[in-house]
Write a protein that binds this ligand. Structure first.
Ligand SMILES: Nc1nc2c(c(=O)[nH]1)N[C@H]1C(S)=C(S)[C@@H](COP(=O)(O)O)O[C@H]1N2
Ligand SMILES: [Mo]
Length: 553
């Protein structure tokens, strides 16, 4: 035993009473201004992190009890996605591409961890202030759960609030029992601590480990428990319907055998994924319906079976994201199978005053496009993609696919409602966020091979890629080497005017550093402009240019 005066983690003069404590407890007090890493400081960090994880684990478990609630972290993430200014999202997509969701979750974890630690240090000075901090953190989660594009019921605040209460409880247990110099001293309490706690440090570590283990059990248990809401088994059990007149395999003339060129059909597992959903909506078909609502004469609600009772068609269509940069990969081609949207809408009767068709997703996402787009093109309520039921990430059980329009105004995944309305009355998800209400796909081309900055041998090199101008069709693709003339590339046969078209060009590569540029011309005679524009607000413009290094020999 030794006698100490004022042991306070924060170095603030909270306590000045002398007290007697076992040496063990004083293992590493933090003298004011000490630069040494110390036990109490690390205890506070560990306690606050583990208490927060425990609270989050509990919230995960609580939220897994209902399909209407999800982890508060995801609720907050969803709100962040919805509230982030457009430029932040553009930056995120350009920095992280299709990993933008992971980047967001890592960001949330870092902010949350920092906040938790700050609350821990506040706790050391004032427990009630810290309680406020934890309550605020619970309130953010609770607010996120019941607001936003897909608000839960009022009781969806419970996992967050429960998590916050448990976080605070854990903080209390960890910080108050372990670091008695932080607790009330003097009187019977300190006497009993001194007498009955031979190794508080060990006990502390055991508590940290205990809460950590509980956090893991609750968190992983919650995730596991949520699996019963998964639509995966519904998807596996769902057969792919057969089209009334199935399409043949594409003719060989529509593709070139050039190493490195995009496969005509993009395999489902390589198909780009862009959406605002941090967790993939799970819509088993037995509880799924599609409602056609709004300015229609005969609103209907269709089950999956009702939908499939309609004529089934197949169509090869290239889907393109408005956020795709020049030369980027946010596009792909698939053989889609489903039901024609124009037929279905003809059956329900669209009122003359309606000018917008809005697809609504189970998660609150919306995308709208003009009624007049249905000009005979194969706009589909798609249920299958490249011969498989729609993958969960790509909208199972049904989504819209509208040739010629960027996905953000048309291709609603996890489709649950089609609403007929007017542009003046309703904006789709991205419109108030700065993107154009109309999103026709621009005429573009891309060099797939050689790769930019690669080194090739001199001699004849196949330059090749794809060009697209959905609904107009590609008329010509030209290649320019350095500042030379524009030379016509060879085009593969056109499959239809809503898929990309492969092109190739035999280049007599001479040693040195060369630039290769490509441009496409559509059937309207419009040439892909060299003027660069960002994807915002209606799709990037510019020509794809790469630098190729040709070796000496
Ligand atoms: N429910 C929902 N559908 C959505 C989106 C979304 O965020 N949520 N994003 C759209 C966008 S911007 C694009 S480009 C396409 C991408 O479809 P994919 O992920 O199947 O490639 O889906 C569209 N459908
Ligand atoms: Mo997109």
């Amino acid at each position: 035993m030794r006698s100490v005066t004022k042991i306070d983690l924060s170095g603030s003069p909270l306590r000045t009473k002398d007290m007697n404590l076992p040496d063990d407890l004083l293992a590493a007090p933090v003298p004011r201004g000490s630069a040494e890493p110390s036990h109490p400081r690390t205890s506070v960090v560990a306690s606050s992190l583990v208490a927060t994880l425990f609270g989050l684990g509990a919230a995960e478990m609580l939220s897994s009890l209902s399909r209407k609630t999800q982890s508060p972290v995801l609720d907050v993430g969803d709100r962040a996605v919805d509230l982030a200014p457009a430029w932040v999202k553009e930056l995120a997509i350009s920095l992280f591409g299709t990993n933008d969701k992971i980047a967001l979750l890592v960001g949330i974890a870092v902010v949350l961890g920092g906040y938790a630690v700050a609350v821990g240090f506040v706790f050391v000075r004032s427990r009630w202030l810290a309680a406020g901090g934890v309550a605020a953190f619970g309130a953010v989660g609770a607010a996120a759960a019941i607001t936003g594009r897909n608000p839960g019921p009022l009781w969806a605040v419970l996992p967050s609030l429960g998590g916050a209460v448990l976080t605070f409880g854990a903080l209390n247990l960890l910080l108050r029992s372990q670091v008695p110099q932080l607790g009330r001293v003097g009187g019977p309490a300190s006497a009993s601590i001194a007498a009955s706690v031979p190794s508080p440090r060990r006990r502390f570590l055991a508590s940290v480990a205990g809460f950590g283990a509980a956090a893991a059990v609750l968190g992983f248990g919650g995730r596991k428990n949520r699996e019963r809401f998964s639509a995966a088994s519904s998807r596996t059990a769902t057969g792919v319907p057969v089209a009334a007149s199935p399409l043949s395999p594409i003719p060989a003339s529509t593709t070139f055998e050039v190493e490195g060129i995009s496969a005509f059909f993009t395999p489902n597992d390589e198909f780009y994924r862009i959406d605002t959903a941090l967790t993939v909506p799970q819509l088993p078909i037995d509880s799924w319906t599609l409602r056609i609502t709004g300015m229609v004469d005969r609103p209907v609600e269709l089950t999956f079976e009702d939908l499939l009772a309609r004529p089934i068609v197949e169509s090869d269509i290239t889907l393109t994201c408005v956020s795709n940069e020049i030369g980027g990969g946010l596009m792909g081609t698939a053989r889609w199978l489903g039901v024609r949207l124009d037929d279905l809408l003809a059956d329900v009767g669209v009122m003359a005053a309606a000018d917008q068709i809005v697809g609504k997703s189970s998660d609150g996402f919306t995308a709208g496009f003009p009624v007049e787009v249905l000009d005979g093109r194969d706009a589909l309520i798609a249920v299958a993609m490249n011969g498989e039921s729609l993958p969960l990430q790509h909208g199972f059980p049904a989504r819209l696919i509208v040739p010629g329009l960027y996905g953000y105004v048309s291709a609603t995944k996890w489709l649950t409602e089609i609403n007929l309305t007017r542009f003046e009355d309703f904006d789709g998800y991205w419109v108030p966020r700065g993107w154009d209400a109309l999103g026709p796909i621009k005429t573009q081309s891309r060099i797939d091979t050689p790769r930019g900055l690669s080194t090739v041998s001199p001699g004849t090199i196949a330059i090749a890629g794809v060009a697209w101008a959905q609904t107009r069709g590609i008329d010509r693709v030209e290649v320019q080497i350095d500042d030379g003339e524009w030379l016509e590339a060879e085009l593969a046969a056109e499959l239809n005017d809503v898929t990309w078209r492969q092109w190739k060009f035999a280049w007599d590569a001479t040693p040195g550093r060369h630039t290769v540029t490509v441009r496409a011309t559509d059937r309207n005679g419009d040439v892909q402009t060299a003027d660069r524009a960002t994807p915002m607000p209606n799709g990037a413009t510019g020509q794809h240019q790469i630098v190729v290094l040709v070796a000496d020999q």
